[in-house]
Design a binder for this molecule. Structure first.
Ligand code: C5P
Length: 260
């Protein structure tokens, strides 16, 4: 654990997304999974990982139900004695939500893990691997999996005969060099703060293209290291993802699932 070396770690959980693609008519963090809101699974995973001196949760602005849930989860975990809890209003996009949470990181914290509430089943082993790489001197770390599909980049195009609007392939990056990146992503606090300060200078188009924190660290020229992610750490975006997560939690798949 990070505490063993005297360094202190905050975990930011971003849970302020609308969840439109899931189609439940409520913020994704509130969508039930195995009988509990998705956010409850994500938060319990962070608590169980046991490396946070502070837990900061960004919820949709004004969502009293999620604020109350966070208070309940803090109480359940015996909050206040060893871990400081903060609940903040998220922003208009993911990066803005991270920034509102970063603003309340307490003095004495030296590293930060940023985790998506949309990954409620991330095993403790992933948190451990990210924290270990930070301890070993990385300024930025992402957990990742090799991709199984061949990935192509595309551009808008028209079919030759009809002019119908489609896409065409612009290139095929070598699959053995591609990784699907997950969370928690780990950073030295100073590095993440610098990366987000730089993000404030981006134009609207560039800002809209920011999908993780590591991108911002890459943009300031720092190395981002990669550790092994987990298939358990799937991101719940579509109804199919939710079905799979339910099966992992409750169904017959569970006893066969051995990955950490
Ligand atoms: O939108 P996307 O699926 O990339 O969201 C990833 C994570 O970022 C989710 O946990 C979501 O709740 C969070 N998020 C946020 N604030 C936003 C948009 C997304 O905290 N404005």
């Amino acid at each position: 654990m990070i505490e063993e070396t005297g360094a202190r770690c905050a975990v930011i959980i971003v849970a302020a997304g609308s969840g439109q693609r899931l189609g439940h008519g409520m913020p994704k963090a509130r969508v039930p999974l195995g009988g509990a809101p998705m956010l409850a699974h994500a938060v319990r995973g962070v608590v169980n990982a046991g490396l946070a001196s502070q837990i900061c949760i960004a919820v949709p602005a004004g969502d009293e139900e999620l604020v109350e849930l966070c208070h309940q989860l803090a109480e359940e975990s015996g909050a206040g004695r060893e871990v400081r809890w903060d609940v903040v209003d998220g922003g208009a996009d993911r990066a803005a939500s991270v920034r509102t949470a970063l603003a309340v990181v307490m003095p004495g914290i030296s590293s930060v893990l940023v985790h998506d509430a949309a990954r409620p089943l991330t095993p403790a082993g992933v948190f451990d691997r990210v924290a270990a790489a930070l301890r070993d001197g990385a300024k930025a770390v992402v957990p990742a999996l090799a991709v199984v599909d061949t990935i192509k980049s595309v551009v808008p195009a028209e079919l030759p005969a009809t002019g119908a609007g489609v896409e065409k392939v612009a290139g095929t990056p070598a699959r053995n060099r591609l990784r699907a990146v997950q969370t928690p992503q780990g950073f030295q606090l100073e590095t993440l703060r610098r990366a987000h300060a730089h993000a404030g200078t981006l134009d609207a188009d560039a800002a809209a293209g920011i999908t993780d924190d590591a991108m911002l660290v890459e943009a300031i020229g720092e190395d981002v290291y990669v550790v092994q992610g987990s298939t358990h750490s799937l991101k719940i975006t579509t109804p199919m993802d939710l079905l799979l997560a339910e099966a992992m939690l409750q169904g017959p798949l569970r006893p066969r699932w051995v990955e950490g």
